[in-house]
Design a protein around this ligand. Sequence first.
Ligand SMILES: *[C@@H]1O[C@H](CO)[C@@H](O)[C@H](O)[C@H]1NC(C)=O
Ligand SMILES: *[C@@H]1O[C@H](CO)[C@@H](O)[C@H](O)[C@H]1NC(C)=O
Ligand SMILES: *[C@@H]1O[C@H](CO)[C@@H](O)[C@H](O)[C@H]1NC(C)=O
Ligand SMILES: *[C@@H]1O[C@H](CO)[C@@H](O)[C@H](O)[C@H]1NC(C)=O
Ligand SMILES: *[C@@H]1O[C@H](CO)[C@@H](O)[C@H](O)[C@H]1NC(C)=O
Ligand SMILES: *[C@@H]1O[C@H](CO)[C@@H](O)[C@H](O)[C@H]1NC(C)=O
Ligand SMILES: *[C@@H]1O[C@H](CO)[C@@H](O)[C@H](O)[C@H]1NC(C)=O
Length: 457
Amino acid sequence: MRIDRIVAVLLQMLMAQHVSAIAFNTQDQNLIKEAASTTAYSMMRYYHGNETGGWPGAFTFSWWEGAALCNALLNYWHFTGDDTYNDELSIALQWQGGSNGDYLPQNFSQYAGNDDQVQWASAAMTAAEYKLPDRPSGFSWLALAQGVYNNQKNNPSGWDPSTCGGGIRWQKQPFQSGYTLRNAISNGGFFQLAARLALYTGDASYTDWAIKSYNWSESHGLVNNVTWKVNDSTDGANGCTTRDYTDWTYNYGVFINGCAYMYEFTKDQIWLDRLNGLLNKSWELFFTARTNYAASDAVCEIKDNCDRNGMLFKGLMVMWLANVALLVPSTYSTILSKLQSSASGAASTCTGLGNNTCGVRWYGGEWDGKIGMEEDISATNVFSVAMLPFVNKDTAKPVSSSTGGDSKSDPNAGQGQDTGNVVLAPITTGDKAGAGILTVVFVGAVIGAIVFMFTGA
Ligand SMILES: *[C@@H]1O[C@H](CO)[C@@H](O)[C@H](O)[C@H]1NC(C)=O
Ligand SMILES: *[C@@H]1O[C@H](CO)[C@@H](O)[C@H](O)[C@H]1NC(C)=O
Ligand SMILES: *[C@@H]1O[C@H](CO)[C@@H](O)[C@H](O)[C@H]1NC(C)=O
Ligand SMILES: *[C@@H]1O[C@H](CO)[C@@H](O)[C@H](O)[C@H]1NC(C)=O
Ligand SMILES: *[C@@H]1O[C@H](CO)[C@@H](O)[C@H](O)[C@H]1NC(C)=O
Ligand SMILES: *[C@@H]1O[C@H](CO)[C@@H](O)[C@H](O)[C@H]1NC(C)=O
Ligand SMILES: *[C@@H]1O[C@H](CO)[C@@H](O)[C@H](O)[C@H]1NC(C)=O
């Protein structure tokens, strides 16, 4: 072949590759929005909670993934301004709160872990902070977050002082495997929630529990205040002396975001030091030259064996990092560069199946053959946060009740028991979520009541 022919063929190959990749440029907000919109659309194809007979916000195979989806939808809307999915989001987020407003709806309360429950609370808190309007009736976003906080701090199925001097258990039910474990995401999740409630409400009593749970995590081998390593869990069955020291992105991210809120609320240097220590360690562990500085949960990505959960962690990590950059301006430029390298890396790998399918890995410049909702959720998160330089830093920052947040407070939320009745706001014309579902629930409730009357008599 003549040299010009070879060049032409090579060019053609390059072009072909280019055409099937997501067009992306960190300096071009239209391309970023398009990329995020592509993956958000793809991710929502797996969601059927708004169809007649569906359960808003629930995936029966994994209840917490509904929270991951809601978090991604909030993040997507906040950074791109596209509210296409907000009706479904709003209904799902309230529905899973259950009748007691503590995210232990009867259908899932038998196997909900504290980490699952707190992910829902985190989404509700984000809804309040990003000013998603409360629904016309039923629980407010803030009350739902307060409900989980109260539930976890007041019950030994959450904070359990009977062993290890406290700490939040991983699972709530003794028959669940993992019941004896105290893991980083549950304890970090509770810490973060308490810190966010303090900032949003201005009520410093929430920081008592934030400090208590942070200190506990530090003194029981979950967070090291010298090396800034975060272990995955410790075991109450042997007095919290053994540890699983696996490094996962979101275990770091959950503490990082909590520290940012504590710093914003208290302006105490100690929280900034903790924040910077954990950030530095995260750059060292998860945003390395090996992946061209794209976020990576190496522990499963290298072996190509990430499970559904593992695929979601770095999406939560980048979402929290963007939030931290807005809350604590001194972290902005370092965080932005990691978010941009992650988003560019992801875009270069979303080349699957001729329709921009994204995989798990965000490095290597090619699709890794994986397809699924979890991949799309994480990709949506990373593309959305790449909008960081194009949003107004002052108005995009999470609000509190003293800076324009108006989600209704209920400090005593979540103290009762779920009755299985779903309390929902009236359906408006904007709510596509299906009159069908309401009818089913209503008829079900009536039948339930009749059955109860007969069997109870
Ligand atoms: C991309 O193509 C694959 C294979 O044809 C298909 O399964 C998938 O649904 C497509 N994705 C979108 C977003 O249409
Ligand atoms: C619980 O499951 C029933 C079907 O078994 C369903 O009708 C109901 O809507 C579900 N409740 C919630 C809160 O999703
Ligand atoms: C938390 O730990 C710090 C030292 O790291 C200590 O000064 C503080 O008194 C502790 N607070 C609580 C409530 O345990
Ligand atoms: C670091 O953690 C240890 C163990 O909890 C604690 O004793 C020490 O006071 C902490 N130091 C700082 C500077 O927070
Ligand atoms: C994490 O666990 C390892 C192994 O048990 C232990 O050596 C290390 O001190 C722990 N790290 C923290 C954060 O305390
Ligand atoms: C984090 O890393 C930066 C840059 O290397 C360094 O200046 C800073 O002292 C580190 N902070 C902490 C708390 O480790
Ligand atoms: C459910 O939501 C999806 C995604 O937004 C949308 O395409 C679909 O039309 C909705 N279905 C109903 C019944 O509202």
